[in-house]
Design a protein around this ligand. Structure first.
Ligand code: NDP
Ligand code: AKG
Length: 476
């Protein structure tokens, strides 16, 4: 980020998002008053609170920005990081609104952040800090199942979500829907299978759909499918790790480089993603990883020759200072805001295709939506139909074999008679959501001659939906 700031000193993350939105507003020809109502955050709460740790009082600052409430609850992750600021959470909250609208998830947009380096604290200390932060957010009215529901983001995961849910439950034991106050919880604490890897899984589904469109693939200077594609991933955290593993293990792609905070590991034959991750967790860095070449020049590795570049760490990583040197044909924004507005324009001029964050990383909030619904309905998906569907499949198989005399191969019979587990339904819902969103964006790109890139197409779709919801009920 340091280089980005040096090159584009006056453009903040929030301003970058707003410029991208302006481009879409212009393409739609949207009324400027409606655009002005949509763009800013509805509210931003800043909290400052003390926690006593090891006999010493420490003071923490956090934010919850709510961008839109045209749909409720407003939804979005909580980030624990040493660089969080108000501008950042506002930008991320806005992205949540556009993301949810792009993939048709009926939520408004929000995001929160706590200024902290989680690596400096023990588990117990983090629990105290998270619980106290939760209390502050609840007191300020920005955390409840009906109005504002957090989820994991950078620096947080299932563990923090479990603490948040438990704190909320202690505050409101009479709220029968307390579990729905936060998503991304452990499965045993009201979470849903598939949420941990959902964002990475969603990126995989978007990429698979992209490669089902040969003309789109050609526009990125690529051909064929994901098999053998050379991929560079920045950030092997929750999103990057699952994504890299799925692409390597299930789609036959080659992850040739992984960039982390302390540098990059490279292997042209494909890195063993699982081993890299284990090493990273154990050593808190990639230096010394024995099975690949290590270099400290992580930022430069973004410019490596590859087919697909996947920034999955921080915002502002591809900026006007390096956009001219990016050699990938396809940039896939698994992180939020990894490409600045200026870089976006440079890459577009150079013919580099960008699949934007608001589409690409929407898998997380999509499965959060499934979790939230499951918590509200107090029943797991498929419970009522599973055996019924299996019985019907078995009857069908019997009918075909015994009465129509058709011999069914074992795999066909297994497919027909297998009762789906909840995770199968989650994956099916996620796949459908990501495919349909890609197809809708592709349609705009092909049919609307004022739109020339995926990001603007995604924003056009999102802004039209949000604007419609404002206009239907009137601005109030
Ligand atoms: N989690 C989710 O469900 C979703 C996340 N996102 C977005 O995806 C991105 C990543 O989130 P997530 O995977 O959850 O976060 P994590 O904290 O799990 O992982 C982020 C990874 O990036 C690494 N990293 C930090 N700084 C740098 C750097 N300068 N260069 C290279 N690597 C770096 C981190 O290392 P270290 O641990 O040392 O800090 C960590 O390994 C964020 O933009 C987030 O907003 C989007 C949608 C949903
Ligand atoms: O799962 C969610 O509700 C939100 C995930 C998130 O923060 C994001 O998509 O950026």
């Amino acid at each position: 980020m340091a280089e980005a700031e040096a090159v584009e000193p006056r453009t903040s993350f929030r301003e970058n998002v707003e410029r991208m939105v302006d481009r879409a507003v212009e393409a739609i020809g949207l009324d400027s008053g409606v655009a002005a109502a949509i763009k800013p955050c509805n509210s931003v709460i800043q909290v400052t609170f003390p926690v006593e740790l090891q006999g010493e009082v420490r003071v923490f600052t956090g934010w919850r920005a709510t961008h839109s409430t045209h749909r409720l609850p407003a939804k979005g992750g909580l980030r624990f990081a040493p660089e969080v600021c108000q501008d950042e959470v506002e930008a991320l909250a806005a992205l949540m609104s556009y993301k949810c609208a792009t993939v048709d998830i009926p939520f408004g947009g929000a995001k929160g952040g706590l200024l902290i380096d989680p690596r400096e604290y023990t588990r117990k200390e983090l629990m105290l800090i998270t619980r106290r932060f939760t209390l502050e957010l609840v007191r300020k009215g920005v955390l409840s199942p009906a109005t504002n529901v957090p989820a994991p983001d950078m620096g947080t995961g299932q563990r923090e979500m479990a603490w948040i849910a438990d704190t909320y439950k202690h505050l409101y034991p009479e709220d029968i829907n307390y579990l729905a106050a936060v998503t991304g919880k452990p499965v045993d604490q009201g979470g849903i299978r598939g949420r941990v890897e959902a964002t990475g899984r969603g990126v995989q589904y978007v990429l698979r759909e992209f490669f089902r469109h040969p003309e789109a693939v050609g526009e990125a200077g690529l051909e064929g499918d994901l098999r053998g594609k050379r991929i560079v991933v920045q950030g092997l955290g929750n999103v990057g790790y699952h994504l890299a593993r799925f692409l390597a293990e299930e789609d036959g792609a080659r992850v040739v480089a992984v960039i982390e905070r302390d540098g990059v590991v490279v292997d042209e034959d494909g890195l063993p993603v699982e081993e890299v991750r284990r090493y990273l967790e154990r050593h808190r860095g990639l230096r010394g990883f024995p099975k690949a070449e290590f270099s400290e020049e992580g930022a430069q590795a973004l410019e490596m020759d590859c087919d697909i570049l996947i920034p999955a760490a921080l915002e502002g990583q591809i900026h006007s200072g390096n956009a001219g040197r990016i050699r990938a044909g396809l940039v896939v924004e698994a992180a939020n805001g990894p490409v600045t507005f200026a870089a976006d324009e440079i890459l577009h001029r150079r013919g580099v295709v960008i699949l934007p964050d608001s589409l690409v990383n929407a898998g997380g909030v999509t499965v959060s939506y499934f979790e939230w619904i499951r918590n509200l309905s107090h029943i797991r998906f498929g419970l009522m139909q599973r055996r019924h569907d299996q019985l019907r499949g078995m009857q069908m198989a019997t009918l075909l074999e015994d009465h129509a005399g058709i011999h069914m191969p074992a795999h066909a019979k297994e497919g027909l008679t297998r009762a789906p587990h909840e995770i199968d339904l989650i994956r099916s819902g996620l796949d459908d959501t990501m495919r349909l969103a890609f197809q809708e964006i592709r349609e705009v790109l092909e049919e609307d001659n004022t739109v020339h890139d995926y990001r603007t197409a995604a924003y056009v779709i999102a802004i039209r939906k949000i604007a419609r919801s404002y206009l239907d009920v009137g601005i109030y």
